[in-house]
Design a protein. Structure first.
Length: 597
């Protein structure tokens, strides 16, 4: 198999801010066709590394080398535009194909091309920037949180687009389903080093745990040896022989090794929730519109005790507005919310909380409470509580203005959870949070002894947390679905397949009606497959069986962890093409199946 062309090679790269070292002497490469995800905790250097690769940030040492004449595009986490330029002007300035730009902008829910960029929300600016990098058709695409501010349909569309386009990728994302379906290599920044995993996110989880277990075992052995050697050092302080000096030198190396932090198992935080009664809230025939845009129309819902409900739907369908009406932050046009007397809301908004940037992290939390009570009666100090949300003692002493965007969101989350609410209202809580923090949050919500109402486009998060969905379809149409996102998606796919079947049947029926003598006998004959159609029908069954077998074979190989990077890339390309072919053949088979034999 031919060797892939190297697009990017990073050697011995080091970056620090004062005493804070983000990474030291890290090396990695990206080859043509690879789709690479970069994973790390917030504040550990993900965005900084991407900015270095984009040429926007300097570094302390090492080299960054691209293939000559390579066309590279970069999607920033928080892109900026000239506020006076319109959306379409920003594409014209760089000579992009206007028709293609309009197609992708429409797909990303930016239909008003003459809107000044200064009037766009942060999410709209991100989607315009995403459209710009896609329209430019780069060979190598670097993206920082591309799925932030995308609804579920947009995210799934982007998944398919990136896989089918064959573009080489390096991206930061917290969307774990996106990682699983798009990426074939994972890079992890941890403890100032970089680790490579040749597989998707599921493979990464397995192999990372093996690495952690091995590290902890080695650290335990080193600690045991350290205690023995420390006793020797205390008894033999003046040893001067060659062997003694070598042993003292080895002791210094051992001392450095045991100073490393052990990887701890995830801790379950069971914060005591305020008692909640049987009456939660009743949405009594709510209506809400903004001009011609209808959000709710005579909507009724009675929220049950301990229910965990997810709200999904397209951007602009009214999800956040519904939360604000429930909390009294936005008036209803008609109807009302009847809220139980024991309900204590904890609200996490998209806008976030404005902190005093001159305060330290620990001061922000202590201003709310010095101690946090758990449900089993234990009490955590503010510092202990922050530690469980991945703020180590050094970070707790940082001033807020020195935190990364993700760290500020995590601090905001802490301030919401520590007030002991019994009803959490969360509006896009996963945006800008790293995967480690998401795991902590998910475990907290899974065991939370209260109610949860959450808006999120993170499918993995929704599958783990919610047991009920409200699907905002737009124009005040809301689907009440008893299940999580994957269950809803499976149901929706079945519904769409049934619609296609009925459409195919209707088309077949319509063709028979066009006959000059549409009697019963002719209709019956039309419903029978011709000899040619029967042969096609039989061939499709054989082809689909072979394609499904190959699909299972490819998926098994990709999850085996035994493939090289080139083999992974080839398998992903083949799997993407195969799925498209299979979809087309299944649709044709349904049409022929409806004609009958």
């Amino acid at each position: 198999m031919p060797t892939s062309v190297a697009y990017l090679q990073v050697n011995a790269l080091t970056k620090s801010f004062g005493d804070l070292v983000l990474f030291r002497n890290i090396s990695f490469g990206v080859a043509e066709g690879q789709r690479v995800a970069l994973i790390a905790q917030n504040g550990k250097g993900k965005s900084t590394l991407l900015n270095i690769l984009a040429g926007d940030t300097d570094y302390d040492g090492g080299t960054v080398v691209y293939r000559k004449d390579l066309k590279v595009a970069y999607l920033e986490q928080n892109p900026q535009f000239d506020p006076h330029c319109t959306v379409m002007d920003s594409f014209r300035l760089h000579g992009h194909d206007e028709l293609r730009a309009k197609q992708i902008l429409t797909r990303l829910n930016i239909p008003k091309f003459d809107t000044p960029c200064g009037q766009l929300s942060g999410g709209e600016r991100k989607r315009v920037a995403l459209a710009a990098v896609l329209v430019s058709e780069p060979q190598f695409l670097i993206m920082d949180e591309p799925t932030n501010h995308l609804d579920l349909e947009m995210t799934e569309w982007l998944e398919n687009y990136l896989v089918r386009s064959g573009v080489t990728l390096l991206m930061v994302t917290h969307d774990r389903y996106f990682l699983d379906r798009v990426c074939n290599i994972i890079l992890e920044i941890d403890n100032q080093q970089i680790y490579t995993y040749n597989g998707n996110y599921s493979y990464y989880l397995e192999k990372r745990q093996e690495r952690v277990d091995q590290f902890n075992a080695e650290l335990q052995r080193a600690n045991n040896l350290f205690r023995y050697e420390l006793d020797w050092m205390r008894r033999m302080p003046c040893a001067r022989g060659t062997k003694a000096r070598a042993r003292k030198d080895a002791f210094a190396e051992l001392q450095e090794k045991v100073s490393q932090r052990r990887y701890e198992e995830s801790v379950t935080l069971d914060v005591k929730a305020t008692y909640i009664g049987s009456k939660i809230f009743e949405a009594k025939y709510i209506s809400k519109s903004f001009g011609d845009l209808k959000i709710l129309d005579n909507f009724y819902y009675n929220f049950a005790r301990y229910e965990k409900v997810g709200i999904i739907g397209r951007n602009g369908a009214g999800k956040s507005t519904f939360l604000k009406m429930l909390l009294g932050l936005e008036p209803c046009d008609s109807g009302s919310f009847d809220i139980g007397q024991t309900v204590v809301f904890g609200y996490y908004s998209q806008e976030g909380l404005r902190f005093d940037e001159g305060k330290k992290v620990i001061d922000i939390v202590q201003d709310i409470a010095e101690e946090i009570r758990l449900s089993d009666g234990r009490q955590f100090s503010a510092s202990q509580f922050l530690s469980h949300f991945l703020f180590n003692p050094a970070t707790q002493q940082k001033f807020v203005h020195k935190l990364s965007g993700g760290e500020k969101r995590r601090l905001y989350l802490c301030t919401v959870l520590m007030r002991n609410p019994n009803f959490l209202v969360l509006d896009e809580p996963t945006n800008d949070l790293d995967i480690v923090t998401l795991n902590v949050l998910e475990e907290y919500l899974r065991t939370f002894k209260g109610c949860v109402l959450v808006v999120s486009h993170d499918r993995y998060f929704m599958d783990k947390i919610v047991d009920h969905l409200l699907v905002f379809k737009g124009d005040a149409v809301i689907k009440d679905f008893p299940g999580n996102y994957t269950q809803y998606r499976e149901w929706r796919d079945e519904e769409e397949a049934e619609e296609r079947r009925l459409k195919a049947a209707s088309n077949a029926s319509g063709q028979s009606v066009k006959s000059s003598q549409p009697d019963v006998t002719q209709k019956a004959e039309k419903k029978k497959r011709t000899y040619k159609e029967q042969k096609e029908y039989e061939a499709l069954e054989t082809e689909m069986a072979a394609l499904n077998a190959r699909k299972e074979e490819l998926e098994g190989a990709l999850s085996s962890g035994t493939l090289t990077a080139d083999q992974i890339n080839e398998n992903w390309k083949e799997l993407s093409t195969l799925k498209s072919t299979l979809d087309e053949k299944e649709l044709r088979w349904l049409e022929l199946d409806e004609i009958g034999n």
